[in-house]
Design a protein around this ligand. Structure first.
Ligand code: SF4
Length: 414
C-alpha cells in the first residue's frame, strides 16, 4: 500500500491541490492562507504556554519537549537563530521531505512563529532533497513575513540531520556532529543561541496556532512512515497511542512477525509488537524507541538476523568516523553479527554482542552508535532462538543478504 493517509481530523496531511503535485509546486500562499495560516502571531509568551500545555514533543527522534527547547533558546545570551531541520537521515522515513515538498508554507509559518517566540532575527531551512528545496524556495519568494531566511543544502547521510552537524554545516563546515556541550541552544550558528527544530515540529506549532480549537489533537498526532520488504511506503498521520497492529493492517503487513522501529534507531521487536502503542513513553517502557516514527515490517520469510546484520552494516558504513568508540564499536557489532549470520562466529560471539550492546550506548557524539547497539540488543532479546539457530545450521533466509547499502530500508516519498 502506498500513498498518504490521515487517521486524525485536522491533521497536517492535506493532499496537494490538483495540478500542483509536481515536485517543487507545493501548497501555494493563497491555499495556505485560506486554511488559516500566517495569522498574526499571538503574544509570544502565550503561544509558548500553549505549546507547553498541549505537551508538544519534538519530532526529530528524541521526543524532547518542544516548549523546553524554545524557552532555552529564548533565555540564552545573544540574539537567537532558528533552523528548520528537514534533513531526515533515517533511510525509512519520508515525512520531512513530504512536508517540505507539499506544505512548505506550513513549515515556514512554524519557523516564523518559532522566531517570534525566541526573539530570533534570522532563520535557515536545512535540507538535502532537491524537490523540497525547489518547493521551499518558491514558498520563500511569496512569504508574507520579513524574517530573513536562507536555504542551506547538505549531503544526505545518516548523521547530517543531527543538531550539531546542522550547525556545523550552516557555519560552512562538514555536516558532522560535534561533541556536546555546548549544545546549539547555548552556542549554535555563528555562536548564537540556536533552535534546531525538526520540520514536523515546526509544522505542528504552526497548525496549533492556526487551529487553537484542535491544539491537543495536533500536538498529539504523529506522522508515521510505514514500509515493508516490498519497498513501497505509506505516510500516515495517527493519534499517539495507536496500536501498531492498526498501522500494520492499514498497509497490509498485519501478519508481519516483527517490526523495525524508528527507522534504524528503535530496534527490532518480535512477539507482542502488535500491542505496542505508538508513543515515546510506551515504546521506551518496552525497550524500544519511536525515533522519527518510521516502521519497517518484516515478512514471514525475512530473517531478523539478516535484517539486523544489514542495519548494523549500514550504520557502520555511515559512521562519521570521528569518535574512536563509534568506529571500532559499529565495526565490531556489524562484523560479529555478520559472522553469526554466516555460522562462523566464535563461541563467545553472543556474549560479546550482549556486552557491547549494553556498554556502547551514549558513548558517541551522536545517536548512530546507540542505534547500532539497540539493533543488536533487541535482536538478542526478541529472537534468541533464531540467533542461536545460526550457529548450528545455514539459514536459508539469510542467503543473499543485501550489501550494506541500506536499500532494504530506503523508501520513496509518496
Ligand atoms: S558517534 Fe559515530 S557517527 Fe556519531 S559523531 Fe561519533 S563517529 Fe560520527
Amino acid at each position: 500500500m502506498t500513498g498518504v493517509f490521515s487517521l486524525v481530523p485536522d491533521g497536517l496531511l492535506v493532499p496537494p491541490p490538483a495540478g500542483s503535485a509536481s515536485p517543487g509546486a507545493g501548497e501555494d500562499l493563497s491555499s495556505y492562507r485560506a486554511a488559516g495560516g500566517y495569522t498574526p502571531p499571538a503574544a509570544p509568551g502565550l503561544l509558548l504556554d500553549r505549546v507547553e500545555a498541549a505537551g508538544l514533543r519534538g519530532r526529530g527522534g528524541a521526543g524532547f519537549p518542544a516548549a523546553v527547547k524554545l524557552r532555552a533558546v529564548r533565555d540564552a545570551q545573544g540574539t537567537p537563530v532558528v533552523v528548520a531541520n528537514g534533513e531526515e537521515g533515517e533511510p525509512g522515513s519520508v515525512k520531512d521531505r513530504w512536508l517540505l515538498r507539499h506544505r512548505p508554507h506550513l513549515v515556514l509559518d512554524g519557523l516564523r512563529l518559532a522566531a517570534a517566540v525566541t526573539g530570533a532575527d534570522r532563520g535557515h531551512v536545512y535540507l538535502s532533497d532537491a524537490p523540497a528545496e525547489q518547493a521551499v524556495r518558491r514558498a520563500l519568494a511569496e512569504r508574507p513575513f520579513d524574517l530573513p531566511v536562507d536555504v542551506v543544502r547538505t549531503e544526505h547521510t545518516y548523521v547530517a540531520g543531527e543538531e550539531t552537524a546542522v550547525v556545523r554545516r550552516i557555519d560552512g563546515g562538514p555536516a558532522l556532529p560535534t561533541a556536546k556541550p555546548p549544545r546549539p541552544f547555548e552556542s549554535g550558528v555563528g555562536g548564537a543561541p540556536t533552535l534546531v527544530a525538526n520540520v514536523e515540529t515546526l509544522a505542528r506549532v504552526a497548525w496549533m496556532h492556526a487551529r487553537p480549537d484542535a491544539m491537543a489533537a495536533v500536538a498529539g498526532a504523529h506522522l508515521v512512515t510505514l514500509a515493508g520488504a516490498d519497498g513501497a511506503a505509506a505516510l500516515v498521520e495517527v493519534a499517539a497511542g495507536t496500536h501498531l497492529k492498526v498501522l500494520a493492517d492499514l498497509c497490509g503487513h498485519g501478519t508481519a512477525p516483527a517490526v523495525l522501529l524508528g527507522g534504524l534507531f528503535g530496534g527490532l521487536y518480535g512477539e507482542g509488537w502488535r500491542d505496542l502503542p505508538l508513543d515515546h513513553d510506551g515504546l521506551r517502557a518496552a525497550g524500544a524507541a519511536l525515533g522519527c516514527g518510521a516502521l519497517h515490517f518484516l515478512r514471514p520469510q525475512d530473517c531478523p538476523v539478516a535484517v539486523a546484520t544489514e542495519a548494523a552494516a549500514y550504520l557502520a558504513a555511515q559512521s562519521a568516523r570521528q569518535c574512536g568508540v563509534c568506529v571500532s564499536g559499529t565495526r565490531a557489532l556489524a562484523g560479529t553479527l555478520e559472522s553469526v549470520g554466516c555460522g562462523e562466529a566464535g563461541h563467545d560471539a553472543l556474549d560479546k554482542l550482549d556486552r557491547w550492546s549494553r556498554q556502547l550506548p551514549g558513548r558517541g557524539a551522536c545517536g548512530l552508535l546507540d542505534a547500532a547497539a539497540r539493533i543488536v540488543a533487541t535482536l538478542l532479546a526478541h529472537f534468541p532462538d533464531r540467533v542461536d539457530a545460526h550457529r548450528h545450521a545455514d539459514c536459508p533466509a539469510c542467503e543473499g543478504t543485501a550489501p550494506a547499502d541500506g536499500l532494504r530500508f530506503t523508501v520513496p516519498v509518496p
